[in-house]
Design a protein around this ligand. Structure first.
Ligand code: GLY
Length: 380
């Protein structure tokens, strides 16, 4: 959709062009239909308002706002929403019960980027990532340094980003992994719930977390909870942002793919954007978002480029503990991909759990089915 400002700009260029170049086609070729794409949390959460992330970002882009500013304003919705338990405020904490957040952003036309890892006390790490991009010579600040930077930049630092719900779920997780020490008063002092795994395998923390997903206590999307949101504006400017609390109950300091450029997000303004949700370790190992964008650079469509990255992840997943009975990965990974022409795709290792993604175009916001590489589920 061409905004009035774009039309005026294009018309001025046209007026200055030689008469032979003065055809209406020039106007059409100069513009792209804006698109915003994200995982399902960009559709699901409104923080008590009327707009979700993709709708807000699309509206702001078409009102002429900078594409990255619009996307960040979009993801601020789930970041601030206490009902969303995988992103920002109220997200599932680490193993110590502390909410540690990761975020990154990339500005295609400016070729700039910023990120924070393991930041504590700020509900909107995407805004701190953008502040790193705008105010420093660096791309990534981590841990206490990231929090100190946010404080210095005027962000409100809170003692605790848990909500009663995220703290209640952390306590339940502690009871499942450490039933001798964390007792449940409601179960006569017994720590282990009726449905918790009787025999924990080699990773009791992870198994207890998955058992909470199976028991319906945690949404599957919140276990690796993340929002990636990418957009293209009418001038073909592409930006992206990814923000998350990372893996639920993670080892303190564990950093996933979301704040790592090329892993959980990559943008090249001449090619396109890709971002991801799901098991971050898979994207760290394979630098998957970079791989997707490089595949598009070589001519692949967004769908084929995303599939290429999923195939790479599958091929590089050979550890037995990460393989199910079919020899396929025990985890899901999803990609949200956009190219320079405004074409897009949503891909997943499996069409299971969170099986849709969100798109907003001039036709409004909608959800579409993710296209899977593999049949079945990670649990097969
Ligand atoms: N993809 C989010 C994470 O693994 O931290």
């Amino acid at each position: 959709m061409m905004t009035r400002r774009d039309f005026v700009k294009s018309a001025a260029l046209l007026a200055a062009a030689p008469s032979a170049a003065r055809s209406p086609e020039i106007l059409i070729q100069r513009t792209v239909r804006p698109v915003v794409i994200s995982d399902y949390s960009g559709w699901e959460f409104t923080n008590g308002g009327t707009e979700n992330a993709v709708s807000r970002a699309f509206r702001l882009i078409t009102e002429g706002k900078d594409v990255l500013d619009a996307l960040v304003a979009g993801v601020n919705i789930p970041e601030n929403d206490p009902l969303e338990t995988g992103i920002g405020y109220g997200a599932l904490p680490n193993a110590d019960g502390v909410v540690q957040l990761d975020a990154s952003c990339m500005h295609g036309p400016k070729k700039r980027a910023g990120a924070v890892a393991c930041i504590e006390g700020v509900r909107t790490p995407s805004l701190v990532a953008r502040a790193v991009m705008e105010n420093t010579d660096h791309h990534l600040l981590a841990g206490q340094g990231a929090t100190a930077f946010a404080r210095a930049m005027g962000f409100k630092i809170e003692d605790d980003l848990n909500t009663p719900n995220s703290r209640r779920l952390w306590l339940e997780w502690k009871r499942r992994v450490d039933p001798e020490h964390y007792l449940d008063p409601k179960r006569n002092g017994r720590g282990r719930s009726r449905t918790a795994p009787a025999v924990l395998r080699e990773d009791p923390g992870y198994d207890a977390g998955r058992s909470m997903v199976r028991d319906g206590l945690i949404r599957e999307g919140s276990f690796w909870g993340t929002i990636n949101c990418d957009g293209i504006g009418p001038n073909g400017n592409i930006c992206g942002v990814t923000t998350t609390s990372g893996l639920a109950w993670k080892i303190p300091g564990r950093t996933g793919d979301s704040p790592i450029l090329g892993a959980g997000l990559y943008v090249d303004n001449e090619v396109g954007a890709a971002g991801s949700t799901g098991r971050g370790e898979a994207n760290l190992y394979n630098l998957s978002s970079f791989l997707v964008v490089e595949s598009m650079r070589r001519g692949m469509s967004p769908k084929d480029a995303g599939m290429e990255a999923l195939k790479r992840i599958k091929a590089n997943t050979i550890e037995k503990r990460l393989l199910n009975s079919k020899g396929n990965p025990t985890f899901n990974v999803r990609f949200f991909v956009l190219n320079k022409r405004g074409e897009y795709a949503g891909l997943a290792m499996y069409h299971s759990g969170e099986a849709k993604y969100a798109v907003c175009t001039e036709n409004g916001a909608q959800t579409l089915e993710l296209e899977p590489l593999l049949a079945g589920t990670p649990e097969d």
